[in-house]
Every structure is written in C-alpha cells, then in structure tokens.
Design a binder for this molecule. Structure first.
Ligand SMILES: Cc1cc2nc3c(=O)[nH]c(=O)nc-3n(C[C@H](O)[C@H](O)[C@H](O)COP(=O)(O)OP(=O)(O)OC[C@H]3O[C@@H](n4cnc5c(N)ncnc54)[C@H](O)[C@@H]3O)c2cc1C
Length: 336
C-alpha cells in the first residue's frame, strides 16, 4: 500500500482543474484492501479520464494499481483474459491486437483503466465492453471480500451498469474477465470503418480506429479534456418525429421501436458551441461535445458553460443533456 498526502488534482484528472486531494491511497492486492479502513466508504479513482474534481477533496481516494494479466485458453479459439483493474485499457487493446485476439480492437485509444471500463460500459465504433466481458470481480468494503459478477448480473446498458447504481460507493473492481477469440469477427458497421474491406485484419481495424480518433478528438495530454462530456440523449420515437418536423436535418439512430438516440454533438453544434471559449474553458473546435480546459480553467466557469449548454439545448429541443463525466464536490458527492 502506498499513501500520498495533499496531492495536486491535475495529476489525477485529465481535465486538470487546479485543486488539491487530501490523500490518494494506492492498493495493489487483496491484502492491501483488507488493511484499508473503509468504515467511511472512500472515493474510487482509476486514471481520472472521466472524473473532474470541482473542489478540493477531503475524502481519501483509493486507486487499485495491480495490473497482472493471466491467459486461460478455453479451446483452440477462445481465450479468457483475467486482467487486474489497474491495467491501462489501451495497452490491453494493443496487447490483444498483437496476439491476434479479436473482440476489443474497436475500443482502441479509449483512455483510462481496465477497472473503470465496466462502470460506464465503455463503447466506441459499434462495440462495447459488455460484448466481451465475461465477469467482473468486485471487492466489497463492508464484507472485505471479493464477489464475482457474471456479465448477466452487471446490468450493462448504454454508458451504464450496476456499478453506477446499486454498487456505487460500495467497493472497488479488482479484475475483469475478457473473452477474446482467434476467429476474425470484424465489426465494420460504424461510420469511418464502413469503408474498410470485409476481410480487413485486426491490425487494419485497430489502426483505422486510432487514425479516426486522433483526427477527431484532442489528445488530453496536450489539451485537457474528459472526452464526450454529455451522453447522447435517448428520446421516444414520437418526440423524435415531432422534432424532425421542426428540424428536418436532426440525426437520430433508432434503438428499437420506441427509442431514438440523438447525437448530443449535433444539438450543441446547432446552438453555436463548436469552438466556443470563455477564458480557459470551452468546447473543442472540431467536436463541441468535448469540453476543454485550455490551462487555467476554473470550476465556476465550467459549471456556467454546462448550465448554458443545457439551457440552450433544452429551450430549442426540450431535451435535457446529462453529463457522462463524473463531477465531484469536496466531499466526493456527485455535483449533478
Ligand atoms: C479523449 C477521451 C476520449 C474518450 N473516449 C471514450 C469513448 O470513446 N468511449 C467511452 O466509453 N469513454 C470514453 N472516454 C471516457 C473514459 O475514457 C472512460 O470513462 C474510462 O473508462 C475512464 O477510465 P478511468 O480509469 O480514467 O476512470 P476514472 O475517471 O478514474 O473513473 C471513472 C469512474 O469509474 C470508477 N472507477 C474507476 N476505477 C474503478 C475501479 N477499479 N472500481 C470501481 N470503480 C472504478 C470511478 O469511481 C468513476 O465513477 C474518453 C475520455 C477521454 C479523455
């Protein structure tokens, strides 16, 4: 166990608002976890690419840093990787691609840790974690023991899971089981990958995803951000048809007979937020959905921008945009 006191928050959040964290405790195994005083549930953090500290944090923050991988071949084609939560997600994808193991190549370059991946069921380019996740190992603060959740018990949905709801604040993910295959299963339906030939190699897809993402999204090491700031809203088909009558160009992706997903980026773009900047807080010039901190952004400015976006989008479309990013107050509570 490694305890760091009074840390600059910029080191622990890719949005890099300047504030302080009272303590960051790094644990790497079950023995460390058992020793932790968890009577008051600590705050759990991975690599901070989906977390913004609005204020100085008084609660202890725990990070699981164990990062071992064990391979289990179930038959000649199916490989189950048991990956500890502290492993970096993109490095895991790169490793799978090197070994020609199909399943997560579309999820290349998503920042963050393996342990955070199930929390919002990370997804991109037509694939989400739920498609390959076999199980999640979860350590409970209260019982001081690990429980294995089969994928069917994780309540995975769009940017959603049981870890955001019933299990929020109850413990920490220590490992995942990820099922990959040597059999080619290209998922090329998504725009940008649909131009690739059907017999594309795993490496072709991986490289294409990296190329598209690098051209569209800012590198958080150069321009602080947390990726897509708001979730894409899901509205009823009826509400969508009504909007279409007023805004014929409004894009929508039918999820089923009842629901349509509308790109939050389009709604924000129409309201003029692309490239918006006030002092050091703004929206990325190529993609308004990515809120950015140009260096010395302040929490109050960020909150003002969020309120402005939500209000303008609501006034125009009667749609409430919900943050995908975790915004934390001083006591570790979610701001919104
Ligand atoms: C440039 C950029 C692009 C992005 N693109 C995508 C994308 O395409 N698709 C996508 O889905 N996301 C995307 N994201 C968001 C982010 O990469 C994911 O949410 C990622 O899973 C966050 O990982 P993290 O370790 O940084 O999480 P953190 O920000 O540290 O934590 C996020 C949440 O997970 C919880 N958590 C973290 N570790 C654990 C653990 N071990 N046990 C229990 N809970 C834990 C935290 O408590 C918190 O609630 C992007 C972010 C950036 C900056």
């Amino acid at each position: 166990m490694h305890i760091l006191h009074d840390q600059p928050a910029e080191l622990y959040s890719t949005f890099r608002l300047k504030t302080r964290l009272a303590s960051v405790i790094e644990v790497s195994c079950l023995a460390d976890l058992v020793q932790l005083d968890t009577t008051a549930a600590p705050l759990v953090l991975g690599e901070g690419s989906n977390t913004i500290f609005l204020q100085a944090q008084t609660k202890p923050i725990v990070r699981f840093t164990g990062a071992n991988i064990t391979e289990h071949w179930l038959d000649e084609h199916s490989c189950l990787l048991h990956v500890e939560a502290g492993h970096n997600w993109h490095q895991l994808v790169s490793l799978a691609v090197q070994q020609q193991l199909w399943g997560i190549e579309n999820l290349a370059l998503i920042p963050g840790s393996v342990g955070a991946a199930p929390v919002q069921n990370i997804g991109a380019y037509g694939v989400e974690l739920a498609d390959v996740c076999a199980y999640v190992d979860y350590y409970h603060w209260q019982t001081k023991s690990i429980q294995r959740f089969a994928v069917s018990d994780c309540a995975f949905g769009y940017r959603d899971s049981i870890f955001k709801h019933q299990l929020a604040g109850k413990g920490i993910i220590v490992a995942l089981g990820i099922m990959l295959s040597t059999v080619a299963k290209p998922v090329l339906s998504y725009q940008g990958l649909d131009t690739l030939p059907l017999n594309s190699t795993i490496n072709d897809i991986y490289q294409q995803v990296i190329a598209i993402r690098s051209s569209k999204l800012p590198d958080y090491r150069q321009l602080a951000n947390c990726g897509s700031f708001f979730k894409n809203p899901v509205i009823s088909s009826h509400a969508y048809q009504q909007l279409q009558a007023r805004y014929p160009a409004i894009p929508g992706f039918k999820l089923n007979n009842r629901d349509v997903k509308v790109p939050a980026a389009w709604l924000m773009d129409q309201q003029g937020f692309k490239g918006y900047r006030h002092n050091d807080i703004g929206c990325y010039a190529k993609q308004p959905l990515v809120l950015v901190n140009h260096g010395n952004g302040m929490a109050e400015e960020l909150l003002a921008l969020i309120a402005d976006i939500q209000s303008k989008v609501y006034q125009a479309y009667q749609i409430t945009l919900e943050p995908e990013v975790r915004l934390l107050n001083s006591d570790g509570q979610h701001y919104v």
